[in-house]
Design a protein around this ligand. Sequence first.
Ligand code: HEC
Length: 204
Amino acid sequence: MKKHYKTIKFTFATALTGLLLAGLTACGKKDSNSPGVEFMPDMYRSPSLEYYSTHTIDGDTADNAMLPVKGTVARGFIPYAYENTPQGYEAAGLNLKNPLTSKSREEYEKEGEVIYGKFCIHCHGATGAGDGKVGGKLPGPPPAYNGALKNLPEGKIFHSITYGKGSMGSHASQLTQEERWKLVYFVQKLQGPKETATDSTATK
Ligand code: HEC
């Protein structure tokens, strides 16, 4: 008799739990798109927060991400001392020297040529004559490296690649300083030997 009681109790408990569960999960069943009762809604849909904004959850307000400390410098950043002014251009021409000296000039020229083929050739052309597919169509095509730019000093070459000049844009964000200096070696190769008699860059 006792055993019988136990079975009844067990069946009853199971039925009750079943009913309860069915009741919970059946909520909102009328709408087939409704997920019914969500036990942990945040697990299904995490709240979307904008970067660098503030949010309030349960009355607490906090920043979503910390901004870098003021004056933070990106890793690998090397400051460039010459300003984007005519004076900065002249000063760079006088004082700025190529810091890449650990490999041979030929090696740097080769590496510079590869970068030139990706970033410069379409304007300046393969020989630097200013006859690239894009350069030739510009209102003011680039001057030839071994013509009007023959005596352009390395500092000015670097300065102009960094800040841009005329219809040539700045290449500082695409190329590291090292890559720009490799380009300087290659541009100098295209300039050919310097003329000592006249300085065609004096008025530039
Ligand atoms: C959109 C076309 C264009 C691209 C791309 C371009 N240049 Fe130029 N570049 C010009 C033009 C135009 C000038 C002439 C600017 C002036 O004197 O007004 C010029 C001028 C120069 C000068 C002479 C600057 C001076 O001080 O007189 C150098 C050196 C030079 N470019 C190198 C490069 C190198 C290296 C690259 C590749 C990283 C490059 N350019 C990419 C169009 C371009």
